[in-house]
Design a protein around this ligand. Structure first.
Ligand code: PAF
Length: 279
């Protein structure tokens, strides 16, 4: 596996691969790799002749310095995971390479970023959109892969790629869960033992709500009340939001039915987890 640290080198590598007739799959990450990332890598390796993975902890998308500081970093471990999945190139730019002193242009993610994550993390999606466009322009992949756990992020990226005429297919890959249903996330490593036992309740309740909504159209108000009361026994959990939205436009809906998605953010002590389920 080749490790590349500069934009110009990865652009040159991609151009050479493409002129040799190879297709390029790309998985952008912030590192702290886990099985969820490994599934994205596996799909890319399966569908493309070359796979690039980037690891860059993007300061632009963090709302607080302490969250950025606490974000897990484990490059040596990440290299082993990527290599095992047959990743061809690990693109690991540093902050200066992505955001030199003269850097000043950012992308505004627009209305699709205005609620849920965007409302609770102001500026987050502008930071995500900016770095993803920079990474896509650096790697120039045919296909880029993103996890469906970050449901709104995927919608924001699809919108930005469409609006800015980027020549790249965007694929959403189903969320990977541990045996108790907890969605795999780099943030899980920061959960206390108590929170780790309580956090799977989020998906368990999401499943209950989806079952109910699949059996009969259920009002958003009823589902919100259900989630709030079902999470009450879990002392470490603090709900930040629960929203039911149209799965494509992400507009809030009044009734949960086929084609809508329930999205939640829940704090477990100082760790914020998000999850979702489509009906
Ligand atoms: O999902 C992530 O890990 C990040 O938001 C991404 C897409 C790599 C951009 O920094």
């Amino acid at each position: 596996m080749k490790v590349i640290r500069t934009v110009s080198e990865v652009q040159e590598w991609s151009a050479t691969e493409r002129s040799a007739g190879n297709t390029i799959g790309f998985v952008p990450t912030m590192g702290a790799l886990h099985q969820g990332h490994a599934e994205l890598f596996a799909q890319s390796v399966d569908e493309n002749s070359r796979t690039v993975v980037s690891i860059f902890v993007n300061s632009l998308q963090f709302n607080s310095a302490s969250d950025l500081e606490a974000y897990p970093r484990q490059l040596e471990q990440d290299k082993v995971i990527a290599e095992k999945q047959n990743v061809d190139v690990l693109f690991v730019p540093n902050h200066e390479e992505m955001y030199p002193n003269s850097f000043s242009s950012t992308i505004s993610a627009g209305p699709i970023a205005a609620h849920m994550e965007g409302l609770h993390r102001p500026g987050h999606f502008d930071g995500v959109a900016t770095v993803v466009v920079k990474l896509l322009n650096a790697v120039t992949p045919d296909i880029a892969y993103f996890g469906l756990k970050d449901f709104q992020q995927l919608a924001v990226i699809r919108t930005v790629v469409r609006d800015l005429n980027l020549k790249c297919h965007i694929i959403g890959v189903p969320t990977v869960r541990n045996e108790s249903g907890l969605a795999l996330s780099s943030r899980n490593s920061r959960l206390s033992p108590e929170s780790l036992t309580q956090a799977p309740s989020v998906y368990a309740v999401l499943l209950e709500m989806a079952t109910q909504a699949r059996e009969r159209e259920t009002t958003t108000t009823a589902l919100k009340a259900h989630f709030t009361s079902a999470m009450k026994p879990f002392s470490a959990a603090k709900i930040e939001y629960i929203e039911i939205v149209d799965s494509v436009t992400l507009h809030p809906v009044n009734t949960a039915k086929a084609g809508s998605t329930i999205c939640v953010a829940v704090w477990f002590e100082d760790v914020r987890l998000i999850d979702n389920i489509s009906i």
